[in-house]
Design a protein around this ligand. Structure first.
Ligand code: LRH
Ligand code: MN
Length: 383
């Protein structure tokens, strides 16, 4: 089984997955929860140490604000990871109730633009190149505001942020079809994000969060189209049964994850030169965080390994011949291929544990943080 294409495939993990998280009903705490960004990075570094798959950690501003970015950067690099995409946050400030970059008032838009310029400064200090923007902006009632007016304000605000970027910096624009607003979101779908990215320029591309689509959406079609126009900048991988559940990627629908990665492999977008940043965006509300993240990166690696088993020539031949079942069977044969043994062998060859989850359990890390991280307040999603 040829798995060499995995050699330079990496996944970026989110700092916020290591803090406490929950729903509007309850945020559960866990022993040893991180109390500051340093401890989040330390926990994230365990995932890379045991899987070799996750050398970058996304950060969120202001959740991960520190006094000395070069010190946090040094802390991360000492642990073998780098600080990744910088996520802006305009969804926890009363000023943004009626919008941020789309807000009717210039004062509020300017405040939101200033926040994004601050994120660009953070990137200059952390060595990050990706500014990831997800806007909560939207409406709850028809007529509440001008749908067109908000788009024009959004375009102008994004233009001001884009103009403030350095040449090595990228703007990644994420869409979401509902929540926290329920009548319209200002960037509800890939088409709207694409329209704005095309208007901005080459260094603006779309973020596809797998939990941000209406039920039944064919996500791999969107992946294909965005790759076709070279505007797929990044993924926020997770899975869901109903809404933006942010569950472990591949846990709800492993076949969908395989189909998405098959589209990526067929277009060579799993290779680093594609510029696609493969990230996780998840919350482990009830399960242990670090094992949850280890399971997640292994699920992506497993789905990619299966996608690499697709006999592309046989598939193309069956498609050209109109051999419906033949073509489908080529894909299903790859999906049904058990790649777990080959992946464990590959880890062993690279000096990594065959079973990273078991290795974590035996590492004593969970016990050590539960005993050492006493005092101080654990960080919670949104804290
Ligand atoms: C919004 C989102 C976005 C992040 C947040 C943590 O739902 O997907 O990517 O800012 O989750
Ligand atoms: Mn997301």
């Amino acid at each position: 089984m040829n798995l060499s294409a995995l050699d330079d495939f990496t996944i970026e993990v989110p700092s916020w997955a290591y803090g406490n998280s929950g729903t509007r009903f309850k945020v559960f705490t866990m022993p040893g929860g991180p109390r500051n960004p340093y401890e989040k990075i330390s926990d994230a570094a365990q995932v890379n140490r045991l899987t070799g798959l996750a050398p970058r950690v996304s950060i969120h501003i202001p959740w991960d604000l520190v006094d000395d970015w070069s010190d946090l950067r040094a802390h991360a690099e000492k642990l073998g990871v780098k600080l990744g995409a910088v996520n802006s946050n305009v969804f926890q400030d009363d000023d943004y109730k009626l919008g941020s970059l789309c807000h009717p008032e210039k004062r509020v838009r300017d405040k939101a633009i200033a926040h994004h310029k601050l994120c660009l400064d953070v990137m200059r200090q952390t060595g990050s190149t990706d500014l990831k923007i997800w806007l909560p902006d939207g409406l709850n009632y028809p007529g509440q505001d001008s749908l067109r007016g908000r788009q024009d304000r959004l375009a102008d605000s994004l233009q001001q942020i884009y103009a403030a970027m350095d040449d090595d910096q990228r703007l990644l624009l994420e869409y979401k079809f509902f929540e926290p607003y329920f009548y319209s979101m200002d960037i509800p779908d890939w088409g709207t994000s694409l329209v704005h990215c095309l208007a901005l320029g080459d260094r603006a591309s779309v973020v596809l969060d797998t939990g941000h689509h209406a039920p039944g959406t064919n996500i791999e079609f969107i992946v294909m189209q965005l790759l076709r126009v070279k505007k797929l900048g990044a993924f926020d991988f997770n899975s869901r049964f109903y809404a933006d559940d942010d569950l472990i990627v591949g846990s709800a629908d492993p076949f969908q994850l395989f189909r998405i990665l098959s589209e990526i492999v067929s277009l060579g977008a799993h290779r680093p030169e594609s510029g696609v940043n493969f990230m996780l965006d998840q919350c482990h509300n009830i399960e242990e965080k670090i094992p949850g993240q280890i399971r997640s990166v292994l699920n992506v690696e497993q789905a990619l390994a299966k996608a690499l088993q697709v006999d592309q020539e046989a598939l193309a031949a069956a498609q050209v011949e109109g051999d419906v079942l033949g073509a489908h069977a080529v894909l299903m044969d790859a999906y049904e291929t058990d790649v777990r043994g080959a992946l464990a062998d590959r880890r062993e060859q690279r000096g990594l544990p065959r079973d990273p989850l078991a290795a974590y359990r035996h590492s004593g890390y969970a016990e050590s943080i539960a005993t050492t991280r006493t005092g101080g307040a654990q960080l919670s999603w949104g804290a």
